[in-house]
Design a protein around this ligand. Structure first.
Ligand code: F6P
Length: 306
C-alpha cells in the first residue's frame, strides 16, 4: 500500500494537484484526521509493509450519519476527490459516499486475499503468497527429516486464492479451498495414504482459512491415517514484511492510474490490472460479482501433488 500511496502523492503533485492524506481510513475521514502530503512525506517507504497513513475497520461508515460526517470533512477541507485503497468493504463505503454526496471516488484494489472481481491481482497478494511459500520451504525441512505430515493454514478470508498459489508454488500434496468444497479432509487422507503406499514419507497440505481449520484437518489426518501430524497457522505473518517487486510495481501503477482517473473526471470506478494492462471498471463489480478461482490451476495442484 505504501508504494501505491507514494504513487498517488507523487503523480498527483506532478500533475499540479494538492494531495491530502487521510489517516486511519474512514475513521480518520469521519474524525477529520488529515494532512497534506508532499514529495518527501512519501520518501523511503516503497520497501515498507503496511501503510504509513495507517488504516482501520470502521463500522460507523456503514451508517448514513458516519458518511455525512466524512463528507463534511471533505467539504471543510476543500477535498475534491477521494482515492480509496482497500477491498470490497472499503469500495462499498466509497460508492455510498459517491451516491449520497456526489464525491468523486476511485478504488484501488488493496487486499492480500485477491478476492476482488474485475482485477487479476490485488496489492499485497503477491507478498502474502511469497511469505507463505517461504514458510512452507522451511517447514518442509522438518516434514522431511521427521517424516511428518504438515497442515499449513493460510489467510484469504472466504477465498482460496492465497491457498491455491501457495500450494502450487510450495509443491503441496493437497489443497483445501472454499471454492471447491467437494474435495474434503477425508479425500486428503485418501491421497496421503496412496502416496504413503508409493513410499512418500512427508506431506504438505495447504488449507485456506475459509475452507477449514488447519488444526482440525491435522487432527483428522492423524486419526484416519495414524500418521504424525502438525498444524501451522501462518496468520498475520502474511500481512507484513517488505513487499515483492510485483506488488511495488502494481501499487505504483494503480496509484498513478487512480490520479489520472480522477483528473479525467471519472468516478465510482476502480483501477484494475487485466492481462498486465491497467484499466478502469465499475466499482459495483467488486461486490456484485464473485471472482472465480482458476479451476485449471486447482486441477494442476491436484495432478502435481498426487
Ligand atoms: O482481508 C484480509 C485479511 O488478512 C484476511 O485474509 C483475514 O481473514 C483478515 O484480514 C484478518 O483480519 P484481522 O486482522 O482483522 O484479524
Amino acid at each position: 500500500m505504501n508504494a501505491c500511496l507514494r504513487a498517488v502523492v507523487r503523480a498527483g503533485i506532478h500533475s499540479g494537484l494538492t494531495v491530502v492524506g487521510v489517516y486511519r481510513g474512514y475513521t480518520g475521514l469521519i474524525a477529520g484526521e488529515t494532512g497534506e502530503l508532499n514529495l518527501s512525506s512519501v520518501s523511503g517507504i516503497i520497501h515498507r509493509g503496511g501503510t504509513i497513513i495507517r488504516t482501520g475497520r470502521c463500522p460507523e461508515f456503514f451508517h448514513p450519519e458516519g458518511r455525512e460526517r466524512a463528507y463534511r470533512t471533505l467539504e471543510a477541507q476543500g477535498i475534491e476527490g477521494l482515492i480509496v485503497i482497500g477491498g470490497n468493504g472499503s469500495y462499498q463505503g466509497a460508492w455510498l459516499l459517491h451516491q449520497e454526496w456526489g464525491v468523486p471516488v476511485i478504488g484501488v484494489p488493496g487486499t492480500i486475499d485477491n478476492d476482488i472481481a474485475g482485477t487479476d491481482y490485488t496489492i499485497g497478494f503477491d507478498t502474502a503468497v511469497e511469505t507463505a511459500v517461504a514458510c512452507i520451504d522451511k517447514i518442509r525441512d522438518t516434514a522431511d527429516s521427521h517424516e511428518r505430515i504438515f497442515v499449513v493454514e493460510v489467510m484469504g478470508r472466504h477465498a482460496g486464492f492465497i491457498a491455491l498459489e501457495t500450494a502450487l508454488a510450495g509443491g503441496a500434496e493437497a489443497v483445501l479451498v472454499p471454492e471447491y468444497p467437494e474435495f474434503t479432509g477425508e479425500d486428503v487422507c485418501t491421497r496421503l495414504e496412496a502416496g504413503k503406499r508409493r513410499g512418500k514419507r512427508s506431506f504438505i497440505v495447504v488449507v485456506a482459512e475459509g475452507a477449514a481449520s488447519g488444526v482440525e484437518v491435522a487432527r483428522l489426518i492423524a486419526e484416519r491415517t495414524g500418521a504424525e501430524t502438525r498444524a501451522t497457522v501462518l496468520g498475520h505473518l502474511q500481512r507484513g514484511g517488505s513487499p515483492t517487486v510485483d506488488d511495488r510495481v502494481l501499487g505504483s501503477r494503480c496509484g498513478a492510474a487512480a490520479v489520472e482517473a480522477l483528473r479525467a473526471g471519472e468516478t465510482a470506478k476502480m483501477v484494475c490490472q487485466r492481462a498486465n494492462e491497467i484499466v478502469l471498471a465499475d466499482l459495483e463489480i467488486a461486490w456484485q460479482q464473485k471472482k472465480p478461482l482458476d479451476r485449471a490451476l486447482y486441477e494442476l495442484v491436484n495432478v502435481l501433488g498426487s
